[in-house]
Design a protein around this ligand. Structure first.
Ligand SMILES: Cc1cc2nc3c(=O)[nH]c(=O)nc-3n(C[C@H](O)[C@H](O)[C@H](O)COP(=O)(O)OP(=O)(O)OC[C@H]3O[C@@H](n4cnc5c(N)ncnc54)[C@H](O)[C@@H]3O)c2cc1C
Length: 346
């Protein structure tokens, strides 16, 4: 994963943490009970792995800090709601893993709002519409929360559309570039597209590969080897994606994992998740630091201090590749005449 991307993710994670803790701080100072409740409420949209992980860790962070650092607040008023249109969270995983994740989250106080799709979001509230509401329940529900997190999907880079405009290649409904079996685009063997930006459907079941790190890394490696092989007039064997499985960490010492049919949840799932993370960590120093931190948290139950860093909205303008590309694609503004020079010329 490129360093620039990962650092953007770290900044966004920092921003979520800053907003949550700032909301709790404001809640502690406000005398209005309704406003307090609002400030202690969080909605996470999307019950996939990212949404479940986010809801679990926000819930853990809030409850931990309410117990230790915001003692004026009533922890029972803290509310984390996870919204998903499906009938269960983690729909891409086996039902028993979904059930394990749901049980963990609800037992820790997270409310699951299932079967409802978000219709609109504005600052402080969102509206969820239910397709088949249970008898006696409303078709819509408005959820009010100071913090709303979106984890219901990302859009691919603007580059896909740019490429389609310039070369006539096809993009799918989501904006991903449809590629050939060697990741080139139709009529342009010299252009290859890999990772989240491509839609690669040359699979056994014809379904495009998921937008995840594993396929992206394997695609990149395959194309690099294919380009090298081409230099000597050869080609690589056809690309085959090896699916190692999927995991989601729902809370401290709790994860669900489906590793090629081997399904585990709870502490054992967390152990596998932790081992996989340590194995993929780029440097031994990082590995050791992370392991020490984890062991400390497990042994003492303590988290790092709850410093609120940064000024409000400092990360909102974080530039990511898409924004850079959009800005580059935008027409240059017309140069404005300089009034003083005009006056001087007159
Ligand atoms: C919150 C979140 C959690 C995730 N969790 C997981 C997970 O647990 N497991 C998993 O397997 N996958 C996960 N994913 C998905 C995974 O991160 C992606 O599938 C993977 O990063 C795709 O790799 P990529 O190289 O195609 O794109 P990216 O990693 O997005 O890299 C693209 C890079 O190109 C840069 N770029 C864009 N436009 C331009 C331009 N015009 N010029 C120059 N550079 C440009 C971007 O800034 C970026 O650095 C997660 C994604 C998100 C958003």
């Amino acid at each position: 994963m490129p360093a620039r991307w990962s650092s953007t993710i770290v900044e966004h994670a920092d921003e979520i943490r800053r907003r949550l803790l700032s909301a709790l701080e404001e809640a502690e100072q406000t005398p209005d009970p309704d406003r307090r409740r609002f400030l202690q409420s969080v909605v996470v949209v999307g019950g996939g792995p990212s949404g479940c992980e986010l809801a679990g860790s926000i819930n853990g962070l809030m409850r931990h800090s309410l117990e230790r650092d915001f003692r004026q607040l009533d922890p029972s008023h803290a509310q984390v709601i996870l919204v998903d249109p499906g009938d269960r969270v983690l729909r891409a995983m086996a039902p028993e893993l979904s059930a394990a994740a749901s049980d963990y989250l609800t037992s820790r106080g997270v409310e699951l709002v299932l079967g409802g799709r978000v219709q609109s979001i504005e600052a402080g509230s969102l509206t969820v519409a239910f397709k088949n509401p249970a008898p006696g329940t409303p078709e819509q529900r408005v959820l009010e929360a100071a913090t709303i997190c979106w984890s219901a999907g990302v859009r691919p880079s603007h580059l896909g559309k740019l490429l389609a405009d310039r070369t006539g290649c096809t993009v799918d409904r989501g904006g991903r570039v449809v590629v050939e079996a060697d990741f080139s685009i139709a009529g342009h063997p010299e252009i290859r597209v890999v990772g989240d930006l491509c839609s690669y459907a040359h699979t056994d079941n014809g379904k495009p590969l998921p937008g995840m790190a594993g396929p992206a890394v394997q695609m990149g490696g395959w194309v690099a080897l294919d380009l090298l092989a081409q230099l000597t007039g050869e080609r690589q064997n056809p690309f085959r994606w090896f699916d190692f499985g999927s995991m989601a960490v729902i809370g401290p010492l709790c994860a669900v994992a489906d590793l090629r049919g081997v399904k585990v949840s709870g502490a054992l799932g967390w152990l596998l998740w932790a081992l996989a993370h340590l194995a993929f960590m780029p440097a031994n120093e990082n590995r050791l630091t992370l392991l020490t931190k984890w062991l400390w948290v497990i042994a003492t139950g303590q988290r790092a201090n709850l410093l609120i860093t940064g000024r409000p909205d400092q990360h909102i303008g974080v530039e990511v590749g898409l924004e850079i590309a959009e800005r580059a694609a935008a027409p240059e503004p017309e140069p404005q005449p300089e009034p003083q020079k005009e006056q001087a010329a007159a």
